[in-house]
Ligand binder design. Structure first.
Ligand SMILES: Cc1cc2nc3c(=O)[nH]c(=O)nc-3n(C[C@H](O)[C@H](O)[C@H](O)COP(=O)(O)OP(=O)(O)OC[C@H]3O[C@@H](n4cnc5c(N)ncnc54)[C@H](O)[C@@H]3O)c2cc1C
Length: 399
């Protein structure tokens, strides 16, 4: 006899969304799903990350109550410092309400935790669950908690996430020798630059030191038509990021404005936080009755804002496959094998695409620079190519 049918380790966005989707199916009762997290919810609510959520991800999260105050990204402006090529993608040309949505990690967590709990799923925190043991396949999975207690479940879903550098190395590891500095900034667009002042415009700027992203944030109370709030993700070498996290605000503002060719003035900034960046990828998602999902399966460079979107697709597919199992979870080896196979192509393609973007654009080679400029120009002049690229980034890669 098991304690729960499904035990989810990690109440991050992937673990919670998985539990919520599963609880909404009829095959498993919500009270048979338990979620464990090592930290109180308040820690996640204070996470400094702002996430770009694709439109397809938002659609899948709507039944769990996607927050109404997310900011729509209606256009993306991609350019390279010191070169002419640029690409503008818009939701209009794809016939979508938005290309994506920006949301603070903490707001997503508050919403998901509330929604999952109200469905009847039990969330236990703070509870640290120890890594799965390599044990012969049994009729159930035995989970060991740090406090010495144990429990049994038919399925253990490892959604313990984490960030690069905190985890053990997996099958494919690429250390980009880069860090991301994350902050929230207020920008002012004056004169000619006011053309950039359309709510919902995101910037991706490739610089020799690494990529920068500015994601629009929902204004809570703005009374100035020429200012806008943005989430900043500035990727560069450890030395540069260390220096940037210590320089005065004025120096910081000046460097950021210069990298964007002074299209705007920076007038305010919140605290600066840093993350080490790399690729850490698991080939096989199954270990006995344990399945890895989200950042527990793959950690990507945030250059294309794909990590969570990909992780949530893992979780959605797993919940759907489990709801289709005709038998109880006692026999789920075929379902798990099917999950591993079904997710292979999308996971590999997104991981490779993110990796390629970092390698191509964090490179000062002259010939590559000309190639990049040509590629951006070609993409700008070929709408169908732009659409193909955007489709893959928004909806994932399909075989
Ligand atoms: C700077 C930066 C910007 C990013 N921007 C984007 C973006 O714009 N779009 C996007 O899609 N992705 C983005 N990402 C990636 C995204 O943040 C991650 O992919 C996402 O948070 C993964 O969610 P998760 O639930 O798998 O893991 P996490 O968010 O790491 O959550 C894991 C949870 O598990 C808990 N846990 C850990 N160990 C244990 C244990 N032993 N027992 C119990 N609980 C445990 C943790 O406390 C945590 O609550 C970005 C990443 C970075 C670093």
């Amino acid at each position: 006899m098991v304690d729960y049918e499904v035990a989810v380790v990690g109440a991050g966005p992937v673990g919670l969304a998985f539990a919520g989707w599963l609880a909404q199916q009829e095959s498993i009762k919500p009270e048979q799903i338990a979620v464990f997290d090592s930290k109180p919810l308040a820690v996640a609510q204070n996470d400094p990350r702002v996430l770009a959520i694709s439109e397809s991800t938002r659609q899948s999260l709507l039944p769990l109550g996607f927050p109404a105050h997310a900011q729509a990204i209606t256009q993306i402006h991609v350019s390279e410092k010191g070169r002419l090529g640029q690409v503008r993608m818009s939701s209009q040309e794809l016939g979508l309400e938005a290309l994506g949505w920006t949301l603070r990690y903490g707001d997503l967590m508050t919403c998901l935790a509330h929604s999952v709990q109200s469905l009847g799923v039990q969330i236990f925190r703070p509870k640290v669950v120890l890594p799965p043991q390599s044990q012969p396949l049994r009729a159930y999975e035995q989970l060991q908690l740090e406090d010495g207690s144990t429990l049994k479940a038919y399925l253990r879903v490892d959604a313990e996430g984490g960030v690069y550098g905190q985890q053990e190395q997996r099958d494919v590891v690429v250390d980009y020798s880069q860090y991301a500095l994350v902050s929230e900034v207020k920008l002012r667009f004056d004169g000619l630059s006011q053309g950039f002042m359309s709510g919902g415009l995101a910037f991706e700027r490739f610089c020799p030191s690494g990529p920068l992203a500015l994601l629009p944030l929902m204004e809570t109370h703005s009374n100035c038509a020429s200012t806008a709030s943005y989430s900043l993700v500035w990727c560069a070498s450890h030395e540069i990021i260390q220096r940037l996290s210590q320089v005065s605000e004025d120096e910081f503002f000046a460097e950021l404005e210069a990298l964007f060719s002074r299209r705007f003035r920076v007038i305010q900034m919140k605290s600066r936080q840093t993350f080490r960046l790399g690729l850490n990828y698991r080939q096989n998602l199954i270990k006995g009755r344990c399945v890895y999902s989200g950042n527990a399966a793959q950690i990507l460079h945030p250059v294309a804002g794909q990590g969570l979107n990909l992780g949530l697709r893992d979780a959605y597919v797993l919940a759907s496959l489990l709801s289709n199992t005709s038998n109880s979870l006692v026999n789920l080896q075929d379902t798990l094998a099917q999950f591993n196979l079904t997710r292979k192509f999308d996971r590999q393609a997104v991981a490779r695409a993110s990796d390629l973007l970092v390698r191509l654009f964090s490179n000062e080679n002259k010939f590559l620079g000309c190639g990049r400029q040509a590629a951006l120009c070609v993409m700008e002049s070929l709408p169908w190519l732009r659409r193909q690229f955007a489709q893959a980034m928004l909806f994932g890669f399909k075989t």
